[in-house]
Design a protein around this ligand. Structure first.
Ligand SMILES: [Zn+2]
Length: 211
């Protein structure tokens, strides 16, 4: 094992040790289903074709397995990376998964009206919103900019830059996952579901639970 690999393995283990696992049988089962789907996706053996037959089969009602709150990034397509079909996932997206009112309201709808028992906050590597916030913080560490995204992500960017100067983007991304998870766990509207945090690796297609 090279030094780089062992450092990556250690970092992955530290993330995993920090991770929260769902407690209720429904949330556990939902998470297992999604992680199994991710394994199929990574192996290049997706089960679902997401074709017109599947769309028609799901046309009259929906029973989603989980809600995924993720970034708008064009490379982070939840149905593909969890190998899910029409009707399986409620997907809510904002840049940098900033939990604004509309996003939280949409997740609350999934929990209260569609009986979703699991909400996954899914961050990802090389997030443009996080990069924007980190660069903005470096240029202007003391003030708000008036830009919605950079202001919302300001404290995560600050922590990334100040505490992890070697890789502030990665650190700020993990911090934003934690921050989002804490916000959602503390919201009474989502009390019927468990919230966990995960990150998506663009290069390998893997989803790792981190919070
Ligand atoms: Zn992103």
């Amino acid at each position: 094992m090279t030094t780089t690999e062992s450092r990556a393995a250690k970092a992955a283990k530290a993330e995993h040790d920090h991770a929260h696992m769902p407690q209720s049988p429904a949330a556990k089962s939902a998470l297992n289903t999604l992680l199994e789907g991710n394994r199929r996706f990574v192996a290049g053996e997706p089960y679902y074709r997401r074709d017109i037959t599947a769309a028609r089969a799901a046309a009259t009602e929906q029973h989603p397995i989980a809600a995924v709150f993720t970034c708008v990034d064009s490379r982070v397509t939840a149905e593909s990376l969890f190998d899910c079909d029409f009707g399986h996932l409620i997907v809510v997206r904002t840049a940098g998964h900033v939990p604004d009112r509309a996003a939280v309201g949409s997740l609350a709808f999934a929990v209260s009206e569609l009986d979703v028992s699991l909400v996954i906050v899914l961050g990802h590597e090389r997030c443009g919103a996080i990069q924007l916030a980190v660069n903005s913080y470096r240029a202007n560490p003391h003030g708000m900019t008036g830009n919605f995204l950079t202001d919302e992500l300001h404290s995560m960017a600050a922590e990334g830059v100040e505490k992890s100067p070697d890789d502030p983007y990665h650190a700020a991304m993990l911090r934003q996952i934690d921050h989002t998870v804490v916000e959602l766990r503390g919201d009474d509207q989502l009390a019927g579901a468990e919230v966990i945090g995960a990150r998506y690796d663009l290069d390998h297609g893997t989803v790792r639970i981190v919070a």
